[in-house]
Design a protein around this ligand. Structure first.
Ligand code: S3P
Length: 183
């Protein structure tokens, strides 16, 4: 049975996963984790450097290893990297161990929110708008495949997205508790 005490945020770059996860964790008294941050802490270097030295394939291996460890924890809110759902094992692990929330964000909004960012290797070469569109075409279905909840973030502040998410997660938790009691 998947734990209703773990909340995993998935979605594209610029969907606000880290900011929303941090705020939600503090409101719910859960531990905040960010898979990109964990990779950086473990390696002692940033993600740009990992992509540079090991390519995307090297980064994906590290990402899968970190996901496999983080799904063992109980009582966490996890912000994942935008590419996490590409890998079937990552999808299986996330779906099996917590409530998965897709922060849906249109490509136009992703472009606006990532415009000034320099720390995202996939956006540093080529046309960011085209890259974000291609990634969305490929990944939207993968996110939806494992999402228990989908929250739209376009034009919204972190506080508003977090509040909706908290209410929807709590409703799911009440349902899960009810099913347990009825057993
Ligand atoms: C990536 C998204 C990034 C980070 C890496 C690759 C992706 O995370 O994991 O740069 O493939 O979409 P954010 O979604 O937090 O920007």
């Amino acid at each position: 049975m998947k734990s209703a005490n773990n909340i995993y945020l998935i979605g594209p770059m610029g969907s606000g996963k880290s900011a929303v996860a941090r705020r939600l964790a503090s409101q719910l008294g859960l531990e905040f984790h960010d898979s990109d941050e964990e990779i950086e802490v473990r390696t002692g270097v940033d993600i740009l450097y990992i992509f540079d030295r090991e390519g995307e394939a090297g980064f994906r291996k590290r990402e899968s290893a970190v996901i496999a460890e983080l799904v063992e924890l109980d009582g966490i809110v996890l912000a994942t990297g935008g590419g996490v759902a590409q890998d079937p094992d990552n999808r299986r692990l996330l779906a099996a161990n917590g409530i998965v929330v897709y922060l849906y964000t249109s490509v136009a909004e992703q472009i606006r929110r990532t415009r000034k960012s320099r720390h995202r290797p996939l956006l540093n070469n080529g046309n960011p708008a085209e890259v974000l569109q291609q990634l969305m075409d490929k990944r939207d279905g993968q996110y939806r495949e494992i999402a228990d909840l989908l929250i739209e973030t376009d034009g919204r502040q972190v506080a508003s997205v977090t509040k909706q998410l908290r209410l929807e997660v709590q409703a799911l938790q009440v349902d899960a508790a009810g099913r347990e009691q009825a057993k």
